[in-house]
Design a protein around this ligand. Structure first.
Ligand SMILES: *Cc1c(COP(=O)(O)O)cnc(C)c1O
Length: 437
């Protein structure tokens, strides 16, 4: 579900014609729909309502301050993976918003910052980290709340680069040794082991891995309690998949169905860290065709968004639907896509379309947003919408090729406003200029 739809062969975001945004703000441009974002937050809140969950929006999916503020205003806390994300949550969130801190490489300085700034709990990923948190907490004369992150050792469930719960990845404590680690810190003066954490990976399109994870989690919580730890929180992380193709994703209720029994059984307070599920379908990346070109039997659409704006296709081979903002007469108003995630070529032959590569101006053969994609003939100046670009789009953007990062716009109803201005050359060189001799 999203609020990007075609009306009379023009793409709208909520009630705003998308060309109006290109005109006003330029391209490439991230365009967010507030109603879509809040719909997905509400969907999670509703599906898990029975457990009164602490929802901690995962800032790394999209850390824009205005979007984080919106999340906070609608009852969300934050999941952060660095001091920078922690500071974003503090700046954008309401006072007292709950912030959980994950990540395998927290430095002492980051740990101290988190403790001084009211971290709700640390998701702890190694034995050394656990002891470091204990030491910093003791130095500050406080007790740190920690949830031990387990790697539950489940079968592969998503892209190898984003699967965080198979044996041997860098995340979490081994399920074979986590009980010994917990035992070693019983009574530690700087540590309160109050929770169990797992984040299985992302995106996950089935509920079954969460069921398997919960089963292992319930047994661990029992073991920790038997050791004397006062376990109050079960943190099941994020990872819920979204519709990149058609309708392959599960509703939040499907995940609730397998997670809620573990909450009932343990009596724990549930924490969730959704990122992609909230913001992924809430944005398009809007671009403009610069040139078209045919060579070696291939057809290229060269447009002004590139791998530095959206790296998911290059990095993970991810699929984003791409379609003209104004489909010409005789062209379908939206791409005809099969939603089977296992189908390597989900696009069917479409009238008046032919296969094209959608590429950007960056000097890399890996700079593409789509390959061999059925698209209608395009001409210079045409606008393209790259769908489902809200998560891990702008947060992974870079300045490669000295390209300024895109602007971001938030639409609500008939109104729109800039939530990040387009960078300038001055921004690009700001950190170097004073060093110039
Ligand atoms: C990335 C991450 C998330 C969010 O994952 P999504 O797929 O965006 O929901 C949640 N928790 C942790 C620990 C993460 O690293």
């Amino acid at each position: 579900m999203d609020h990007f739809e075609y009306r009379d062969r023009t793409l709208f975001c909520e009630d705003v014609p998308v060309p109006e945004l290109a005109e006003k703000y330029g391209t490439p441009l991230y365009v967010y729909s507030q109603a879509t974002l809040l719909h997905h937050l509400k969907e999670v809140q509703t599906a898990f309502a029975e457990a009164k969950p602490v929802i901690c929006y995962s800032v790394k999916a999209n850390g824009n301050l205005s979007l984080c503020r919106l999340m906070g205003q609608h009852g969300s806390g934050f999941d952060v993976t660095s001091q920078g994300e922690f500071q974003r949550a503090l700046k954008a969130g309401p006072a007292g918003a709950k912030i959980v801190f994950a990540g395998v490489g927290k430095t002492d300085a980051e740990i101290e910052f988190a403790l001084k700034n009211g971290v709700f709990l640390f998701d702890v990923e190694s034995e050394q980290e656990l002891l470091a948190i204990g030491a910093v907490a003791q130095k500050l004369g406080v007790k740190a709340n920690v949830a031990l992150r387990v790697n539950p050792d489940l079968p592969p469930k998503t892209h190898v680069k984003t699967d965080t719960s198979v044996k041997g990845v860098k995340f979490g404590l081994d399920i074979e040794t986590i009980i010994d680690v917990a035992k070693s810190v019983v009574g530690h003066p700087g540590l309160a082991v109050v929770g169990l954490h797992m984040h299985l990976g992302s995106p996950i399109l089935k509920a079954e891995p969460y069921r398997q994870g919960c089963e292992k989690g319930v047994a661990l919580i029992r073991a920790f309690r038997a050791q004397g730890h006062n376990i109050q929180y079960l943190n099941m992380g994020g990872g819920f998949g979204i519709n990149y193709r058609k309708d392959e994703a599960k509703p939040a209720s499907a995940f609730a169905e397998v997670i809620l029994p573990a909450v009932r059984e343990t009596g724990c307070q549930l924490i969730l860290e959704p990122g992609r599920f909230i913001v992924g379908n809430a944005a398009i990346l809007l671009s403009r065709v610069v040139f078209t070109k045919s060579t070696g039997g291939k057809h290229y659409v060269i447009q002004d968004a590139a791998m530095n704006d959206l790296i998911r296709p290059t990095l993970y081979g991810s699929l984003h639907r791409i379609w003209p903002v104004h489909p010409a007469a005789g062209v379908p108003v939206r791409p005809d896509v099969n939603g089977d995630p296992d189908d390597p070529n989900p696009f069917r032959a479409m009238p008046n379309c032919f296969n094209q590569d959608v590429v950007g101006p960056v000097c890399e053969s890996g700079d593409y947003l789509a390959k061999d994609r059925p698209l209608p003939a395009l001409t210079r100046g045409d606008l393209l919408a790259v769908f489902s670009a809200g998560a891990y789009g702008m947060t992974m953007a870079s300045n490669y090729n000295s390209r300024v990062r895109a602007a971001e716009v938030l639409v609500t109803g008939r109104t729109h406003r800039l939530i990040r201005r387009r960078e300038t050359f001055a921004d690009l060189v700001a950190c170097e200029e004073d060093c110039l001799t």
